[in-house]
Design a protein around this ligand. Structure first.
Ligand code: ZN
Length: 67
């Protein structure tokens, strides 16, 4: 179990935030806005979540370039 930034514990953490000293689930990443505020403490954990996220991003980019 990993301690999350909201004080809960979860097995589904996908990142660690050094400024918060706690883990984040995909849901918490949106809430904490680590990516939007470019939180320097964010460390991505090695997991499928980021791979899927990148794939979604790439697909979006391709769509944009087509039109
Ligand atoms: Zn953060």
């Amino acid at each position: 179990m990993r301690r999350l930034i909201d004080g809960n514990e979860s097995e589904n953490a996908v990142a660690y935030c050094r400024s918060k000293k706690a883990f984040l689930t995909p849901k918490l990443i949106k809430l904490h806005k680590c990516l939007q505020i470019q939180c320097t403490g964010l460390m991505k954990l090695d997991c499928k979540y980021w791979e899927r996220r990148q794939k979604r991003k790439d697909a979006k980019k391709r769509k944009k370039n087509d039109s």
